[in-house]
Design a protein around this ligand. Structure first.
Ligand code: ADP
Length: 302
């Protein structure tokens, strides 16, 4: 598993604030990687450091096998750090053509059309960006990140300010960049459900430190429980004893997978009817809360 990003003891201080505090992180090639953390955790500082926009106080960061700032390595990555702003009188096609020339490329109408198509803006290509929604602006920002045909793209809060349909489109785009184009996508977000849906692996940062890292499936598989729709509830609760809790019109059993067949047999033997049984995982939100002590605000969990 080769790493596209590697940091060692990365530290950035602003006066007394340690925005990054000895952060050692290795991000593997391929897939979608999420950097999670409450506000002020150091996500933007990490990204800005990786892009060579700010210098770390100490420690090292490697990107695409080169040191940060290395020209060859930088050309192999693209980024969208803030919701981009463009001259409002330009069309999406003009913005992309202009920026690709600024990146030293020859004007290539077919390539620009391909990028616009790729991010789902083909129909809006010749509209002025003045009328674009936040989601369309962000997608244009992703097209710009793709201009240098990078192998890695870094997106800071790519769904911030978007409505649910916009979020869904961005999620599909991010997934397809990884799955179809083979890019490594690294994104920062505080929208946990979104991260759970789109990312393969995550790092949870808090106060500039790495508090948890791993595959989303791994992090959410601990604390798995069996949710059962049963009747009568009282009999089922009697069978479950201390392992059962009532949640609405269902009972939730705190058991491990190998215990399930015996439990289901015991319920059936007591005359309990089971209409549904399914495993529910711990969601990323509870992992995040445990690690950071921060409860997400409702708007952050869509
Ligand atoms: P996040 O992106 O996770 O919200 P940031 O990287 O923006 O976190 O910030 C991490 C910490 O560093 C915060 O406490 C923030 O106030 C501080 N910080 C970031 N940039 C600056 C700066 N230019 N000057 C002073 N403090 C900063």
């Amino acid at each position: 598993m080769s790493a596209v990003i590697e940091t060692r003891d990365l530290t950035k201080t602003y006066g007394a604030v340690r925005a990054l505090d000895g952060l050692s992180l290795s991000i593997p090639r391929g897939g979608v990687y999420g950097v999670l953390g409450p506000n002020g955790a150091g996500k933007s500082t990490l990204f800005r450091t990786l892009l060579g926009l700010i210098r770390p106080t100490s420690g090292a960061a490697m990107v695409m096998g080169g040191h940060v700032g290395d020209v060859a390595a930088t050309r192999r990555m693209g980024s969208m750090i803030e919701t981009p702003r463009f001259p409002p009188y330009m069309t999406a096609r003009q913005v992309l053509t202009w920026l690709s020339i600024a990146h030293g490329q020859k004007a290539d109408a077919a390539r620009v059309s391909r990028w616009l198509e790729r991010v789902g803006l083909a129909d809006a290509a010749d509209r002025k960006v003045r009328g674009f929604s936040v989601g369309m602006m962000q997608r244009l920002g992703v097209a710009i990140a793709l201009i240098t045909e990078p192998e890695l793209i870094i997106l800071d809060e790519p769904t911030s300010g978007m409505d649910p349909p916009g979020i869904q489109e961005m999620r599909a785009l991010i997934r397809s960049l990884a799955d179809t184009d083979g890019l490594t996508v690294v994104l920062a977000s505080h929208q946990l459900l979104e991260v759970q849906r789109v990312c393969d692996r995550v790092a949870i940062l808090n106060k500039g430190r790495l508090v948890r890292e791993g595959a989303v499936s791994e992090l959410t598989s601990t604390g798995e429980r069996l949710r059962l729709n049963v009747s009568p509830l009282a009999t089922a609760m009697g069978v479950l004893g201390e392992k059962g809790t009532l949640e609405g019109d269902a009972v939730v059993a705190a058991i491990k997978r190998p215990e399930a067949p015996a439990l289901i047999r015991a319920l059936v033997e007591k005359g309990v009817e089971i209409t549904e049984a399914r495993w529910i995982g711990a969601d990323l939100e509870s992992v995040f809360m445990t690690e950071t002590g921060v409860v997400q605000t409702p708007e952050a969990v869509i």
